[in-house]
Design a protein around this ligand. Structure first.
Ligand SMILES: [Fe+2]
Length: 296
């Protein structure tokens, strides 16, 4: 299982695409049916899709899996009683599979037979997405749900988050104990710490400073720098997330505490709590498809 992409509806898709290419550092992939697709240096045809809309919302978050895994997912999703439907992707790379709505409206798409593309060598681009995090009314329940219904595994629980993996990366998603459901943030994997720092520099050239970072997290141990994008969401440069073994023992909130005044390993940056909180409320989940039987 691999996290591939997020599909967003935004106000000002063209300006958002311009920011992500000219400043954030992505490469344009294509514009198809008015949707702007942007890619990184890795093998995925795109990482983020931007569709123009009067209101901002999350259309879907897309994972790539094997045919066997998809067959198992169909059964476990149906057994969990989740809303779902078969789907054929119209996005670059194509593919087909299922789209699933979790209990709080999160829309996850699982595709097989999606094509990849040649990587881009020697360019200073994000490589891929490393995680997409959601806010939840009940993150604990959602953690259990994705274990049962999707075969994901909870890697760690903290006071603020339930971190979840779908492969050997410590987390590909997480659910924040926010009290409401929405998109929390989108994290782009950078080649290394220098690429993260160059990214911070690029944004600084355009008058933007991190809302939090640079720093290094506890769970996952990844390096981070969070920004509030001009088109609304919280986006992150990240690198060096921990790889974990199958038998990784999930930590509990009491295992992940900080000394007074610290909320990351380095303690070198302030956090714009109010600004981040506001940005994290902007993108809600909105289903645009009709539920249908997936056990076919
Ligand atoms: Fe993150």
């Amino acid at each position: 299982m691999k996290l591939r992409s997020i599909e967003l509806a935004v106000t000002g898709a063209e300006q958002a695409a311009t920011f992500l290419t000219d400043i954030w550092g992505m490469a344009p992939a294509q514009v198809r049916d008015g949707i702007h697709y942007l890619r990184g240096s890795g093998r995925f045809p795109y990482l983020i899709a931007l569709e123009e809309s009067a209101e901002a919302f999350v259309r879907s978050t897309t994972f790539i899996c094997s045919a066997d895994r998809l067959a198992a997912l169909k059964q476990s999703v149906a057994a969990a009683g989740l809303v779902a439907a078969p789907t054929v992707s119209q996005d670059p790379g194509g593919g087909h599979g299922i789209v699933v709505e979790l209990a709080e409206g999160e829309l996850l798409r699982f595709l097989v037979d999606a094509e990849e593309v040649a990587p881009i060598e020697g360019a200073d681009l994000p490589v891929k997405l490393t995680h997409v995090v959601f806010n939840s009314a009940d993150a604990e329940a959602t953690g259990h749900l994705v274990e049962d219904a999707l075969g994901f595994r909870v890697s760690d629980r903290t006071k603020g988050m339930v971190f979840v993996r779908c492969n050997d990366s410590h987390h590909s998603t997480a659910f924040a104990r926010a009290g409401f459901p929405s998109l929390n943030h989108i994290a782009f994997e950078m080649q290394d710490i220098d690429a993260v720092m160059r990214g911070i520099g690029r944004l600084r050239d355009h008058g933007m400073v991190p809302a939090w970072g640079p720093g290094r997290h506890g769970p996952g141990a990844n390096i981070f720098a969070y920004f509030i994008a001009p088109f609304g969401p919280v986006i992150e440069f990240s690198t060096a997330v921990e790889k974990v073994a199958d038998d990784y023992k999930a930590g509990a909130p009491e295992d992940w505490t900080w000394p007074d005044g610290r909320i990351d390993q380095w303690g070198m940056s302030d956090k714009d709590m109010a600004g981040l909180r506001k940005a994290e409320e902007r993108f809600r989940h909105r289903r645009q498809w009709e539920p249908a039987s997936i056990d076919m």
